[in-house]
Write a protein of this length. Structure first.
Length: 332
Protein backbone atom coordinates (compact mmCIF):
# COMPACT_ATOMS: atom_id res chain seq x y z
CA UNK A 1 0.00 0.00 0.00
CA UNK A 2 2.93 2.32 0.78
CA UNK A 3 6.20 1.87 -1.03
CA UNK A 4 9.29 3.98 -0.56
CA UNK A 5 12.26 3.36 -2.81
CA UNK A 6 15.74 4.84 -2.29
CA UNK A 7 14.32 8.07 -0.99
CA UNK A 8 16.86 10.87 -0.51
CA UNK A 9 16.50 14.44 0.69
CA UNK A 10 19.45 16.76 1.00
CA UNK A 11 19.56 20.26 2.45
CA UNK A 12 22.87 21.63 1.23
CA UNK A 13 25.43 19.30 2.75
CA UNK A 14 22.96 17.62 5.12
CA UNK A 15 21.48 14.31 3.99
CA UNK A 16 18.30 14.50 6.08
CA UNK A 17 17.01 11.29 4.46
CA UNK A 18 19.66 9.01 3.08
CA UNK A 19 18.51 6.31 0.70
CA UNK A 20 15.57 4.88 2.61
CA UNK A 21 13.43 2.04 1.26
CA UNK A 22 10.57 0.19 2.92
CA UNK A 23 7.02 -0.95 2.31
CA UNK A 24 3.84 -0.99 4.34
CA UNK A 25 1.26 -3.61 3.43
CA UNK A 26 -2.46 -3.07 3.35
CA UNK A 27 -4.00 -3.12 6.82
CA UNK A 28 -0.69 -2.87 8.68
CA UNK A 29 0.11 -0.43 11.49
CA UNK A 30 3.76 0.46 11.18
CA UNK A 31 5.80 2.61 13.56
CA UNK A 32 8.49 4.90 12.25
CA UNK A 33 10.93 5.30 15.11
CA UNK A 34 13.96 7.55 15.44
CA UNK A 35 15.42 10.24 17.69
CA UNK A 36 14.80 13.92 17.03
CA UNK A 37 16.44 14.98 13.81
CA UNK A 38 16.54 11.42 12.42
CA UNK A 39 14.58 12.39 9.30
CA UNK A 40 11.11 11.14 10.19
CA UNK A 41 9.19 14.29 9.32
CA UNK A 42 11.19 14.79 6.15
CA UNK A 43 10.36 11.25 5.03
CA UNK A 44 6.69 11.65 5.88
CA UNK A 45 6.49 15.00 4.11
CA UNK A 46 7.94 13.41 0.97
CA UNK A 47 5.61 10.45 1.26
CA UNK A 48 2.60 12.75 1.42
CA UNK A 49 3.74 15.10 -1.31
CA UNK A 50 4.32 18.07 1.03
CA UNK A 51 7.96 18.07 0.06
CA UNK A 52 9.69 16.94 -3.11
CA UNK A 53 12.43 14.37 -2.87
CA UNK A 54 15.99 14.93 -4.06
CA UNK A 55 15.84 11.44 -5.55
CA UNK A 56 13.96 8.20 -5.11
CA UNK A 57 10.30 7.34 -5.21
CA UNK A 58 7.26 7.28 -2.95
CA UNK A 59 4.17 5.36 -4.04
CA UNK A 60 0.74 5.16 -2.44
CA UNK A 61 -1.49 2.34 -3.62
CA UNK A 62 0.67 2.01 -6.72
CA UNK A 63 0.51 5.72 -7.56
CA UNK A 64 3.66 7.84 -7.64
CA UNK A 65 3.17 10.85 -5.37
CA UNK A 66 5.13 13.16 -7.69
CA UNK A 67 3.75 11.88 -10.99
CA UNK A 68 0.12 11.91 -9.97
CA UNK A 69 -0.17 13.91 -6.73
CA UNK A 70 -3.92 14.49 -6.88
CA UNK A 71 -4.81 10.81 -7.14
CA UNK A 72 -2.21 9.78 -4.58
CA UNK A 73 -3.29 12.43 -2.07
CA UNK A 74 -6.91 11.29 -2.26
CA UNK A 75 -5.76 8.07 -0.67
CA UNK A 76 -3.86 9.74 2.17
CA UNK A 77 -4.96 11.22 5.46
CA UNK A 78 -2.05 13.15 6.93
CA UNK A 79 -1.51 14.59 10.37
CA UNK A 80 1.65 16.69 10.05
CA UNK A 81 3.89 17.52 13.00
CA UNK A 82 2.17 20.93 13.17
CA UNK A 83 -1.48 20.27 12.28
CA UNK A 84 -2.79 23.02 9.98
CA UNK A 85 -5.68 24.12 12.16
CA UNK A 86 -7.57 27.36 11.60
CA UNK A 87 -7.90 28.59 15.15
CA UNK A 88 -10.72 31.07 14.49
CA UNK A 89 -13.04 28.44 13.02
CA UNK A 90 -15.30 26.17 15.01
CA UNK A 91 -14.61 22.46 14.70
CA UNK A 92 -17.71 22.21 12.52
CA UNK A 93 -16.59 24.98 10.16
CA UNK A 94 -13.10 23.61 9.96
CA UNK A 95 -14.13 20.04 9.13
CA UNK A 96 -16.60 21.31 6.53
CA UNK A 97 -13.82 23.42 5.04
CA UNK A 98 -11.55 20.37 4.85
CA UNK A 99 -14.41 18.38 3.34
CA UNK A 100 -14.71 20.93 0.52
CA UNK A 101 -10.95 21.21 0.12
CA UNK A 102 -10.67 17.47 -0.39
CA UNK A 103 -13.62 17.48 -2.82
CA UNK A 104 -15.24 14.80 -0.72
CA UNK A 105 -18.27 13.00 -2.18
CA UNK A 106 -19.56 11.17 0.90
CA UNK A 107 -22.72 12.21 2.75
CA UNK A 108 -21.37 15.36 4.38
CA UNK A 109 -23.25 15.54 7.66
CA UNK A 110 -23.23 11.83 8.32
CA UNK A 111 -19.55 11.42 7.44
CA UNK A 112 -18.34 14.35 9.57
CA UNK A 113 -20.42 13.31 12.57
CA UNK A 114 -19.13 9.76 12.27
CA UNK A 115 -15.55 11.01 12.35
CA UNK A 116 -16.32 13.15 15.40
CA UNK A 117 -17.68 10.09 17.17
CA UNK A 118 -14.59 8.06 16.34
CA UNK A 119 -12.13 10.69 17.54
CA UNK A 120 -14.43 11.75 20.39
CA UNK A 121 -14.86 15.44 19.63
CA UNK A 122 -18.65 15.51 19.22
CA UNK A 123 -19.02 17.53 22.42
CA UNK A 124 -16.80 20.33 21.09
CA UNK A 125 -18.22 20.37 17.54
CA UNK A 126 -19.62 23.90 17.88
CA UNK A 127 -16.63 25.35 19.71
CA UNK A 128 -13.87 27.56 18.36
CA UNK A 129 -10.63 25.63 17.93
CA UNK A 130 -8.57 28.33 19.66
CA UNK A 131 -10.38 27.61 22.92
CA UNK A 132 -9.77 23.86 22.87
CA UNK A 133 -7.17 22.05 24.95
CA UNK A 134 -4.08 20.58 23.32
CA UNK A 135 -5.60 17.09 23.48
CA UNK A 136 -8.77 18.18 21.71
CA UNK A 137 -6.85 20.16 19.10
CA UNK A 138 -4.78 17.09 18.33
CA UNK A 139 -7.96 15.08 17.87
CA UNK A 140 -9.34 17.74 15.53
CA UNK A 141 -6.08 17.34 13.59
CA UNK A 142 -6.68 13.60 13.43
CA UNK A 143 -10.29 14.23 12.39
CA UNK A 144 -9.19 16.32 9.39
CA UNK A 145 -6.91 13.46 8.33
CA UNK A 146 -9.88 11.09 8.36
CA UNK A 147 -12.12 13.26 6.16
CA UNK A 148 -12.77 11.46 2.88
CA UNK A 149 -12.08 8.09 4.49
CA UNK A 150 -8.57 7.66 3.01
CA UNK A 151 -7.06 4.19 2.76
CA UNK A 152 -3.71 5.30 4.15
CA UNK A 153 -3.24 7.25 7.36
CA UNK A 154 0.05 8.98 8.10
CA UNK A 155 0.61 10.52 11.53
CA UNK A 156 3.72 12.48 12.42
CA UNK A 157 4.31 12.27 16.19
CA UNK A 158 0.59 12.14 17.03
CA UNK A 159 1.04 12.15 20.81
CA UNK A 160 3.68 14.84 21.20
CA UNK A 161 2.74 17.30 23.93
CA UNK A 162 -0.17 15.26 25.28
CA UNK A 163 -0.57 14.12 28.87
CA UNK A 164 -0.42 10.40 29.73
CA UNK A 165 -4.20 9.96 29.75
CA UNK A 166 -4.57 11.62 26.36
CA UNK A 167 -1.69 9.51 25.03
CA UNK A 168 -3.51 6.32 25.97
CA UNK A 169 -6.66 7.61 24.28
CA UNK A 170 -4.86 8.48 21.06
CA UNK A 171 -3.13 5.09 21.07
CA UNK A 172 -6.47 3.33 21.39
CA UNK A 173 -7.83 5.47 18.61
CA UNK A 174 -4.92 4.53 16.35
CA UNK A 175 -5.50 0.86 17.11
CA UNK A 176 -9.15 1.27 16.13
CA UNK A 177 -8.21 3.04 12.90
CA UNK A 178 -5.78 0.24 12.13
CA UNK A 179 -8.68 -2.16 11.73
CA UNK A 180 -9.85 -0.45 8.54
CA UNK A 181 -6.83 1.49 7.35
CA UNK A 182 -3.16 1.18 6.60
CA UNK A 183 -1.40 3.30 9.21
CA UNK A 184 2.10 4.66 9.58
CA UNK A 185 2.99 6.80 12.56
CA UNK A 186 6.25 8.35 13.61
CA UNK A 187 7.58 8.78 17.11
CA UNK A 188 10.82 9.22 19.03
CA UNK A 189 9.46 7.20 21.96
CA UNK A 190 9.86 3.45 21.85
CA UNK A 191 6.95 2.35 24.11
CA UNK A 192 4.73 4.39 21.86
CA UNK A 193 5.30 2.15 18.87
CA UNK A 194 5.62 -1.13 20.72
CA UNK A 195 2.17 -0.47 22.19
CA UNK A 196 0.32 -0.12 18.88
CA UNK A 197 2.47 -1.20 15.94
CA UNK A 198 2.92 -4.62 14.41
CA UNK A 199 6.13 -3.63 12.71
CA UNK A 200 8.76 -0.99 13.40
CA UNK A 201 10.98 0.82 10.94
CA UNK A 202 13.90 2.45 12.74
CA UNK A 203 15.88 5.34 11.32
CA UNK A 204 18.83 7.23 12.69
CA UNK A 205 20.69 10.12 11.03
CA UNK A 206 18.64 9.68 7.87
CA UNK A 207 19.52 6.00 7.46
CA UNK A 208 17.30 2.98 7.93
CA UNK A 209 18.73 0.69 10.58
CA UNK A 210 15.94 -1.80 11.23
CA UNK A 211 12.66 -2.91 9.72
CA UNK A 212 11.07 -5.78 11.54
CA UNK A 213 8.28 -7.14 13.68
CA UNK A 214 7.75 -5.31 16.96
CA UNK A 215 8.50 -8.40 19.04
CA UNK A 216 11.89 -8.83 17.34
CA UNK A 217 12.87 -5.26 18.15
CA UNK A 218 11.53 -5.71 21.67
CA UNK A 219 13.76 -8.74 22.20
CA UNK A 220 16.84 -6.70 21.26
CA UNK A 221 15.77 -4.03 23.70
CA UNK A 222 14.94 -6.43 26.51
CA UNK A 223 18.13 -8.32 25.98
CA UNK A 224 19.92 -5.14 26.69
CA UNK A 225 19.15 -4.83 30.33
CA UNK A 226 20.91 -2.50 32.73
CA UNK A 227 20.60 -2.86 36.45
CA UNK A 228 21.72 -0.75 39.34
CA UNK A 229 22.51 -3.10 42.23
CA UNK A 230 23.41 -2.28 45.82
CA UNK A 231 25.80 -4.79 47.36
CA UNK A 232 27.50 -5.00 50.77
CA UNK A 233 31.10 -6.20 50.55
CA UNK A 234 34.66 -5.14 49.68
CA UNK A 235 34.49 -3.03 46.56
CA UNK A 236 37.33 -4.62 44.58
CA UNK A 237 36.22 -8.19 45.24
CA UNK A 238 32.61 -7.42 44.40
CA UNK A 239 33.55 -5.64 41.20
CA UNK A 240 35.83 -8.44 40.13
CA UNK A 241 33.07 -10.98 40.78
CA UNK A 242 30.64 -8.94 38.68
CA UNK A 243 33.09 -8.48 35.83
CA UNK A 244 33.87 -12.20 35.66
CA UNK A 245 30.34 -13.47 36.03
CA UNK A 246 29.02 -15.30 33.02
CA UNK A 247 26.15 -13.39 31.39
CA UNK A 248 27.41 -9.97 32.44
CA UNK A 249 28.68 -7.84 29.61
CA UNK A 250 29.75 -4.86 31.64
CA UNK A 251 30.04 -3.77 35.28
CA UNK A 252 31.01 -0.48 36.85
CA UNK A 253 31.34 0.90 40.38
CA UNK A 254 28.95 3.81 40.89
CA UNK A 255 29.56 4.90 44.49
CA UNK A 256 28.85 4.35 48.17
CA UNK A 257 25.29 3.93 49.35
CA UNK A 258 23.45 3.47 52.62
CA UNK A 259 23.95 0.61 55.07
CA UNK A 260 27.62 0.15 54.12
CA UNK A 261 26.67 -0.87 50.58
CA UNK A 262 28.00 0.25 47.23
CA UNK A 263 26.07 0.70 44.00
CA UNK A 264 27.19 -0.95 40.77
CA UNK A 265 25.96 -0.71 37.24
CA UNK A 266 25.52 -4.13 35.68
CA UNK A 267 24.68 -4.77 32.06
CA UNK A 268 23.67 -8.25 31.03
CA UNK A 269 24.44 -9.89 27.73
CA UNK A 270 21.57 -9.85 25.21
CA UNK A 271 18.85 -12.34 26.09
CA UNK A 272 20.21 -13.08 29.58
CA UNK A 273 18.14 -12.36 32.67
CA UNK A 274 20.99 -11.96 35.10
CA UNK A 275 19.00 -11.17 38.24
CA UNK A 276 18.65 -14.65 39.76
CA UNK A 277 22.12 -15.99 38.91
CA UNK A 278 23.61 -12.76 40.24
CA UNK A 279 21.67 -13.06 43.49
CA UNK A 280 22.95 -16.60 44.11
CA UNK A 281 26.53 -15.85 43.12
CA UNK A 282 26.67 -12.91 45.52
CA UNK A 283 25.03 -14.92 48.31
CA UNK A 284 27.58 -17.69 47.83
CA UNK A 285 30.41 -15.22 48.41
CA UNK A 286 28.68 -13.68 51.41
CA UNK A 287 28.04 -10.34 49.69
CA UNK A 288 24.40 -9.47 50.36
CA UNK A 289 22.53 -7.70 47.58
CA UNK A 290 20.29 -5.19 49.35
CA UNK A 291 18.81 -3.36 46.42
CA UNK A 292 18.22 -3.76 42.73
CA UNK A 293 16.64 -1.50 40.18
CA UNK A 294 16.23 -1.75 36.43
CA UNK A 295 17.62 1.25 34.62
CA UNK A 296 15.80 2.50 31.58
CA UNK A 297 17.25 1.65 28.23
CA UNK A 298 17.57 4.86 26.32
CA UNK A 299 16.89 5.14 22.66
CA UNK A 300 20.54 5.77 21.88
CA UNK A 301 21.46 2.41 23.46
CA UNK A 302 18.79 0.68 21.43
CA UNK A 303 20.09 2.16 18.20
CA UNK A 304 23.61 1.08 19.05
CA UNK A 305 22.39 -2.41 19.97
CA UNK A 306 20.55 -2.64 16.65
CA UNK A 307 23.54 -1.36 14.71
CA UNK A 308 25.78 -3.80 16.52
CA UNK A 309 23.44 -6.64 15.70
CA UNK A 310 23.22 -5.58 12.05
CA UNK A 311 27.00 -5.55 11.86
CA UNK A 312 27.17 -8.99 13.47
CA UNK A 313 24.77 -10.31 10.86
CA UNK A 314 26.75 -8.78 8.02
CA UNK A 315 29.94 -10.20 9.46
CA UNK A 316 28.38 -13.65 9.54
CA UNK A 317 27.52 -13.25 5.91
CA UNK A 318 31.08 -12.09 5.28
CA UNK A 319 30.05 -8.66 4.06
CA UNK A 320 32.28 -6.72 6.42
CA UNK A 321 35.24 -7.73 8.48
CA UNK A 322 35.12 -5.70 11.65
CA UNK A 323 33.10 -2.61 12.19
CA UNK A 324 31.36 -3.41 15.41
CA UNK A 325 30.39 -0.45 17.54
CA UNK A 326 32.66 -0.73 20.54
CA UNK A 327 31.80 -0.37 24.18
CA UNK A 328 33.83 2.77 24.44
CA UNK A 329 31.52 4.43 21.94
CA UNK A 330 28.48 3.36 23.90
CA UNK A 331 29.80 4.87 27.09
CA UNK A 332 30.23 8.32 25.63
P1 LIG B 1 12.69 14.23 12.73
O1 LIG B 1 11.30 14.47 12.24
O2 LIG B 1 13.08 12.79 12.75
O3 LIG B 1 12.94 14.87 14.07
P2 LIG B 1 13.45 15.92 10.52
O4 LIG B 1 12.97 15.17 9.33
O5 LIG B 1 12.60 17.05 10.98
O6 LIG B 1 13.72 14.91 11.71
O7 LIG B 1 14.90 16.50 10.24
C1 LIG B 1 15.96 15.71 9.74
C2 LIG B 1 17.20 16.56 9.55
O8 LIG B 1 17.01 17.48 8.49
C3 LIG B 1 17.57 17.40 10.77
O9 LIG B 1 18.97 17.39 10.87
C4 LIG B 1 17.05 18.77 10.42
O10 LIG B 1 17.84 19.75 11.06
C5 LIG B 1 17.23 18.81 8.92
N1 LIG B 1 16.22 19.66 8.28
C6 LIG B 1 14.89 19.45 8.29
N2 LIG B 1 14.23 20.41 7.56
C7 LIG B 1 15.20 21.24 7.09
C8 LIG B 1 15.18 22.41 6.27
N3 LIG B 1 14.05 22.91 5.79
N4 LIG B 1 16.37 22.98 5.99
C9 LIG B 1 17.52 22.47 6.46
N5 LIG B 1 17.62 21.37 7.22
C10 LIG B 1 16.48 20.76 7.55
MG1 LIG C 1 9.73 15.32 13.18
Amino acid sequence: MIKIENLVKTYGDIRAVDNISFEVNEGEIVGFLGPNGAGKSTTMNMLTGYLSSTSGKAMIDGIDILENPLEAKKRIGFLPEQPPLYLDMTVEEYLNFIYDLKGCKLNRRKHLLEICEVVRITEVYKRIIRNLSKGYRQRVGIAQALVGNPKVIIFDEPTVGLDPKQIVEIRNLIRTLGKNHTVILSTHILPEVSAVCERIVVINKGKLIANEKTEDIASVVEGFRRLCVKIVGPRDEVLSLLKNKEGIAYAEYLGERDGGSCAYLVESRPGVDIRRPLFFALAEHGFPMIGEETMGTNLEDIFLALLERNDERKKKRGVIKSNVVSRSVRQD
